[in-house]
Design a protein around this ligand. Sequence first.
Ligand code: C2E
Ligand code: MG
Ligand code: MG
Ligand code: MG
Length: 276
Amino acid sequence: RAKIEGRGRIAVHEPALDEATLEASQLELDLASAPVTGQMRLDYQPFVDLRDGALAGAEALMRWRHPVRGDIGPATFIPLAESTGLILPLGLWALRSACRAALRWPPDALLAVNISALQFHQRGFITEVGRTLAETGFPAERLELEITETALMRDDPETHGQLDALIASGIRIALDDFGTGYSALAYLARLPHHRIKLDKSFVGDLANPATAELIRAIIAQARANGVAVTAEGVERPEQVEQVRAMGFTHAQGYATGLPGPEPFPEPTRLSRQRPF
Ligand code: C2E
Ligand code: MG
Ligand code: MG
Ligand code: MG
């Protein structure tokens, strides 16, 4: 803001701050319009069933390609989307787009979609999910909503009610980044869920006997309750064997499949690759 100061000098106040503020609000505007401008897309990372090696499903992951700034990772734009409330329209866009895309997948493949705390606790969320399933025709039984432990920290009837209602409509619940929050395992075990996704920080620490011991206990408890347990961040081929031997039911990581536009190879492409 230009302003006449004493002795007739003109000074521009706080130019750096104004620029930063403008830039931030511009980024926010860009993020708001990213789905309609085609800058936002979804990649899908498959996860494998360790019991038979088959692809069991895939997780939708948001990707933002900004025309000026290039690729901006979820670690940057998800927090921005959450702090501005933009995660509500963005999350709905992701859910709808993913359901449409997954209609082309094998008929038993699961679709996993990440849900932010803000979405999960939003009034009308369940209605919105139901409407999306009805509009797209995607079956509720194949939709798995990934909710982080931190989003479920509020131990109140509302949290339980929300989970119960989603499950009653046929939807599956996965506890994402399991073990990274500060929730007691006993509390998490009481929440209704179909899957635990053990955070990649644990998978990278399996050589530590204390970590391995803890994970074995978590897996035993989960499997006794019919809960699937996914190992996240399985990066090296030998880790696939390792997590299978430990009793994980599924693995998701660079070793089993990278995020990409088509998580399931087309049968035609497979048969073309066959030598005879
Ligand atoms: P997440 O849900 O835990 O997703 C898994 C993340 O691990 C993804 O990062 C994936 O690319 C990465 N990953 C997969 N395999 C490996 C591996 O072997 N090693 C390592 N080091 N990483 C691996 P990405 O795509 O950058 O997403 C980061 C986070 O952003 C997600 O973590 C999720 O919390 C959030 N996110 C992404 N898409 C959405 C979305 O549509 N909605 C919401 N609410 N959050 C999203
Ligand atoms: Mg996830
Ligand atoms: Mg995760
Ligand atoms: Mg994670």
